[in-house]
Design a protein around this ligand. Structure first.
Ligand code: UDP
Length: 236
């Protein structure tokens, strides 16, 4: 089967790693993600991954934590490295070669982020996991995903979530809500649909990087997406 995309950036939220747990990560979820990623590398798709940290720490909530925003954000970035290491272990268990690159230097466990090196890794069939977000506070890992996707010339950003696409309204609150198969960036803006935070969304829009929002927790969906099946919602 021929993949529709040659190089993809997969954005996974930290929270999706929790599975049914309320904190941390679920080894079954990691194992499933690893199998899914492996299945697309076998099609020859070049894969880079940005993973969030919300299952461990979110820096934004200064009022709740009593920790200054920027300081907490750095803690959040470290959380993404922990998730990245977990995912790396899961991928290597199923025989996928990986490299972890961190936007904050921590040489004992990760390469520093070097754009050209990351591109070289994916060209060689290694899955590159980008940890520590953008390396800057006041950003999110969605923004890191958009930024890295553009930097490495990915064809698309695949936003794996727990919902299966973008809806006209919140499907949990409004039973009449319907899912979009495709939608334009402009429509998302005019209808006020939140696909990603504004910084991340704008980066994609200004650089013509399509986004596919899909349910990553359903095994096999990732492969369906990269082979062009109508799964999730395509924003372009
Ligand atoms: N973060 C940051 N800069 C970045 C990426 C992440 O400061 O470039 C921090 C921020 O505090 C964020 C936390 O890391 O709340 C975890 O990332 P995020 O909330 O994006 O994870 P997700 O929601 O995808 O699990």
């Amino acid at each position: 089967m021929l993949p529709k995309y040659k190089r993809v950036l997969l954005k996974l939220s930290g929270e999706s790693l929790m599975g049914d747990k309320s904190f941390g990560m679920d080894s079954d979820v990691i194992a499933q993600y690893a199998r899914d990623v492996k299945s697309i590398t076998e099609l020859g798709v070049q894969v880079a991954i940005v993973i969030g940290g919300g299952n461990i720490y979110r820096g934004m909530n200064e009022a709740e934590t009593g920790i200054e925003r920027a300081h907490g954000d750095y803690m959040g970035m470290l959380a993404t490295v922990i998730n990245g290491m977990a995912l790396q272990a899961g991928l290597e268990k199923v025989g996928v070669y990986t490299r972890l690159q961190s936007a904050i230097k921590m040489e004992q466990i990760a390469e520093p982020y070097i754009r050209r090196r990351a591109i070289r890794h994916v060209e060689k069939g290694r899955v590159v996991i980008f940890g520590a977000g953008t390396g800057n506070p006041y950003f999110t890992t969605d923004t890191a995903g958009s930024l890295r996707a553009i930097e490495i010339n990915a064809d698309v950003i695949l936003k794996g979530t727990r919902v299966d696409g973008i809806y006209t309204a919140d499907p949990e609150k409004d039973p009449t809500a319907t899912k979009y198969g495709t939608i334009t960036f402009q429509e998302c803006l005019s209808k006020n649909l939140r696909v990603m935070d504004m910084t991340a969304f704008t980066l994609c829009m200004e650089n013509n990087l399509p986004i596919i929002v899909f349910d990553m927790n359903k095994e096999g969906n990732l492969r369906r997406v990269v082979t062009g099946e109508k799964v999730g919602t395509l924003v372009s």
